[in-house]
Design a protein around this ligand. Structure first.
Ligand SMILES: [Zn+2]
Length: 263
């Protein structure tokens, strides 16, 4: 294999710019810059002052999306604000990731989108990250208590159970928007995989939104199809390739295990 130089366009969140690029083995590393707030609040004395920038003496790598199937990282020197009154240094928050997270918001969204139809382990394998990281993102969404915008038109939903077994013995129900099959979006993550969990997911939609749903795709085994047909008056259960593939995958695994035991 050989390499050539090409010029490409990359999408960036508002306020983020690229200062440099370097290839590191199978990874792409972008050195980034981003807009800083004009004023900062001191974490110690609560005094607000114009941003007095100090850069941390280290580079922080943050996982971003993929490029040509290879992981992309952003690196930057974490910016600090030094308080003119008490000299305390406070980390300046970044707009493209959560505090302390080692990945961007859009990477989190990618992980959640892949979880529609794949297990935690499969997503981790596909993205080359640990299952713990994937579970951490799911757990964060579980606690985030997000609401679904009332004006969102959702014509197709998915409902799946996922097990978070690396960090906790925990099952969650994930409800997703499958209106655009190419771009599934996670709408809700709720603890449990029973009737109550399914009902709590659907209760996040308004009655008008539930009426607008035309189809639902769910895990085959659980109570989801039943709850969906009760709560979504105009919706039909549809078989889709994700769930069929998942089901077949489980069957193949079971056959394999059986075979391994008998041989
Ligand atoms: Zn201060």
């Amino acid at each position: 294999m050989h390499s050539v130089n090409v010029e490409i366009e990359v999408d960036l969140p508002d306020g983020v710019t690229v200062r440099g690029y370097e290839r590191h083995g199978a990874a792409h590393v972008f050195e980034i810059d981003f807009e800083l707030p004009a004023k900062c609040l001191c974490s110690k004395c609560r005094h607000e002052a114009p941003t007095n920038l100090r850069l941390k003496n280290e580079f922080l790598p943050v996982r971003d999306l993929e490029l040509f199937g290879q992981p992309t990282f952003w690196v930057y020197q974490p910016p600090l604000h030094q308080c003119p009154r008490c000299r305390q240094r406070t980390q300046i928050p970044t707009s493209f990731k959560r505090p302390r997270a080692r990945y961007t918001y859009r990477f989190e969204e990618q992980v959640l989108a892949l979880l529609v139809g794949l297990s935690v382990e499969e997503v981790a394998r596909r993205l080359g990250v640990s299952a713990e990281l994937v579970e951490g993102i799911l757990e964060h969404r579980l606690q985030a208590e997000r609401t679904i915008p009332r004006d969102a038109v959702i014509t197709s939903i998915g409902m799946d159970e996922l097990s978070l077994k690396k960090r906790h013995k925990l099952y969650v129900t994930v409800m997703s928007d499958l209106s655009d099959p190419e771009h599934p979006r996670v709408l809700a993550v709720v603890k449990g995989r029973d009737r109550e969990a399914a009902e709590r997911c659907l209760a996040m939609l308004s009655p008008q939104q539930r009426e607008a749903v035309r189809s639902h795709r769910t895990d085959m085994s659980a109570v989801y199809p039943q709850v969906c047909s009760e709560q979504l008056p105009n919706s039909q259960l549809v078989l889709d390739r994700f769930h069929v593939a998942k089901h077949l995958g489980e069957l193949v695994d079971r056959v394999r295990k059986k075979h391994a035991v008998s041989s």
